[in-house]
Design a protein around this ligand. Structure first.
Ligand code: G6P
Ligand code: MN
Length: 448
């Protein structure tokens, strides 16, 4: 089996490689191709991978690095895609511009996510077309953010062979299972929504729903990130546990205040940190691996720092730092498809009739059955009114953004930003858009 990673010089690639080293023999993975537009990034990451291969006691999964797309895609069975169009410099602009207007500035949520999408969709369509041409039988596993929107945009090219992945729903379910002192494998997590806009509505153990008791128990709610972030009172009022990204909706002005009073946005922190890591080439595999671990640790420790600081919380709990989240999801999808496991995973795929208030083609994030014939969403049914309202609005905003990106319409781009519920007025939306097009040359050229 051949796996290709688009964005192969990305910082998270060693996480995937580590997981692949462990499961390659079981899955029959014998070829890994890393593709990136930057050979410097590829070089740096490949030294880290050499360090990992050496540290794993000689269990070797050979990999190749290339900046030629066709070569990377030829013969691929699975294509992972995690790219950042405009790099971290672009993310800094995406986040800082709305913050300056008093609006949430975040990589995927609010205007930042829309601007990121406007740059990303055209590039992803080109990549999807290349995959359709050179690896027509491959499954396309998309991590590229905003993951739900991007997955919907390329569905038109790849149909049901694209699936969008995010680790946050599973991480929430794992944390909730831990608070319940249960094994997540024994429970059904009734989770629904869009990517970074989802809710856990019930945790079923046979006929019983374990969520009401958990929501009534402040001590247990205090034991995990989302419980602390949203607070028992608000969670009981909702009757559900939201994905951590909902913090930017429910506590929007608190989140804006927290980032504005800190020196750096998340993007600014990452830009500085990642720059130091990639610039420090020239060391051997062991040293590169060591530097990567240290960088990753700091990155994980400060994940969602703005939300935590707005909620008056301290650092992250050791056990809540990403333990197998991102790479675990990717491997789980490959394994479920390759071995036809019919396994339940929370994934981004076309709705069919899972959420009855959306049309069949809308990409949603719900529990799905994953097997060799593809990804089948389970029936969620109707959901509480305010969640239905938010999902419907954001889906419309996402589609307007995709249309703006595909047609190059400035008017539609402004419309998408103005209709986003986190943007308080059309005037502010125009100001945000104008600042984006002044600072992003790609946007200035692609939108008229
Ligand atoms: C979570 C989200 C991802 C996001 C990642 C990294 O895992 O689900 O979509 O890319 O965090 O966020 P960061 O702020 O570290 O780039
Ligand atoms: Mn995500």
């Amino acid at each position: 089996m051949k796996i290709t990673i688009l964005g192969g010089g990305g910082f998270r690639v060693p996480m995937l490689y580590d997981a692949l080293l462990a499961c390659a023999p079981r899955l029959g993975v014998d070829e890994l191709a890393l593709y990136d537009i930057s050979s410097e990034r590829l070089n740096r990451i490949s030294v880290v991978l050499q360090g990992q291969a050496a540290a794993s006691g000689g269990v070797l999964l050979p990999f190749t690095c290339t900046t030629r797309l066709e070569e990377a895609l030829e013969g691929a069975d699975f294509v992972f895609c995690a790219i950042r169009v405009g790099e971290l410099e672009g993310r800094v602009i995406d986040e800082r511009v709305p913050l300056n207007a008093g609006v949430v500035g975040q990589e995927t949520t609010g205007p930042g996510g829309l601007c990121f999408a406007l740059r990303t969709v055209p590039v992803m369509l080109e990549l999807a077309e290349a995959v359709a041409r050179h690896a027509p039988r491959a499954w396309f596993v998309n991590f590229t953010n905003p993951a739900g929107l991007v997955t919907e945009a390329i569905q038109g090219v790849l149909g049901g062979r694209v699936v969008g992945i995010c680790d946050s729903p599973t991480a929430l379910c794992r944390r909730v299972a831990r608070a319940l002192r249960r094994n997540p494998e024994d429970l059904w997590f009734d989770y629904f929504g869009l990517n970074h806009l989802g809710w856990l509505r019930a945790v079923r153990d046979g006929e019983r729903d374990l969520l009401p008791d958990l929501l009534a128990d402040d001590a247990r709610l205090e034991s995990f990130e989302e419980g602390r972030l949203f607070g028992g009172e608000w969670l009981r009022s909702l009757g559900m546990i939201p994905n951590e990204y909902l913090y930017f909706y429910y506590y929007a002005s608190d989140a804006v205040g927290a980032v504005r009073s800190s020196l750096q946005s998340r993007g600014e922190f990452l830009l500085e940190q990642q720059h130091a890591f990639y610039a420090a080439g020239g060391d051997g595999p062991a040293a590169a691996l060591h530097a990567w671990h240290a960088t990753r640790r700091e990155r994980e420790a400060r994940y969602m720092e703005e939300a935590r600081s707005a909620a008056g919380l301290d650092g992250r709990d050791e056990h809540e730092m990403d333990a197998g989240g991102y790479e675990g999801e990717a491997i789980a999808v490959v394994e479920a498809i390759a071995r036809n496991q019919g396994r339940v995973l929370i994934l981004n795929t076309a709705n069919a009739s899972s959420l009855p208030f959306l049309d069949a083609g809308a990409v949603v994030e719900v529990p799905c059955i994953a097997g060799s014939t593809g990804i089948v969403p389970t029936a969620v049914g109707d959901v509480p009114g305010h969640a239905r309202g938010l999902i419907t609005t954001i889906k419309d905003v996402e589609r307007t953004t995709i249309e703006a990106a595909v047609s190059g319409s400035r008017e539609l781009a402004v419309q998408a930003i103005a209709l986003h519920p986190l943007v308080p007025s059309v005037t502010v939306a125009r100001r945000i858009f104008d600042a984006y097009s002044a600072q992003h040359p790609q946007l200035r050229h692609s939108l008229r």
